[in-house]
Design a protein around this ligand. Structure first.
Ligand SMILES: [Zn+2]
Length: 199
């Protein structure tokens, strides 16, 4: 899938996850008063999910994240190749380690700016870690719907996808991708509207 689709699918799925487990604190749509602390928690959560949703394409120098990282992405693409390591279970482990590091950076940045309550919350709830990990999982799941599939057990090159017959899957960037992404967003949007889901 394209970077923009990954971001939209990741963030929308993030709404669904948070609606059930309330990782990012009380729902905004039900809150009587919206505090800065709550807004910071939400921002950290969605930033983490969005980052995780783009992270696996770090191995593609031409991807949304690859453009920003330049040399790093080119290096990874050269050594491992696109849709290899970072689209596998091993990649999820690496992504988790990166997420633990990023979480420390976020906690430090928040406390530096005087947001000590959200900083403590991030430390206690592992908000960044779970957000990034969930974003990565959604990325790999979304790429599994495309013709190329994903090498889940890389370095084993065998690729997996859903539906298992690749003829039933779509090619990245073609119209079914946009239909799937937008249908998902519209359904989740309608659920929020009907208060079935909360943000
Ligand atoms: Zn990908």
């Amino acid at each position: 899938m394209e970077g923009r689709s990954h971001l939209l699918v990741g963030l929308t799925a993030g709404v669904v996850l948070d609606s059930f487990v309330h990782l990012s604190g009380d729902p905004l749509t039900l809150a009587k008063t919206v505090t800065v602390t709550l807004l910071v928690k939400k921002a950290v959560y969605y930033f983490s999910v969005g980052f995780g949703a783009l992270l696996p394409d770090i191995d593609n120098a031409r991807s949304t994240l690859g453009h920003k990282l330049g040399v790093v992405s080119k290096g990874i693409q050269k050594i491992a190749g696109h849709r290899t390591l970072f689209h596998s279970l091993l990649g999820l482990v690496l992504g988790s380690l990166l997420a633990i590091g990023l979480q420390q950076v976020v906690i430090w940045l928040l406390s530096q700016r005087g947001f000590t309550v959200p900083a403590d919350f991030v430390g206690a709830s592992h908000l960044v870690f779970f957000g990034v990990l969930f974003g990565c999982i959604m990325h790999i799941a979304a790429d599994a719907l495309t013709q190329g599939g994903v090498p889940l057990f890389w370095p084993n090159p065998r690729r997996y996808g859903f539906p298992p017959d690749s003829h039933w899957r779509f090619r990245t960037g073609t119209w079914p991708e946009f239909v799937i992404v937008w249908s998902f967003m519209i359904i989740v949007g309608a659920c929020i509207w009907q208060s079935v889901l909360v943000v």
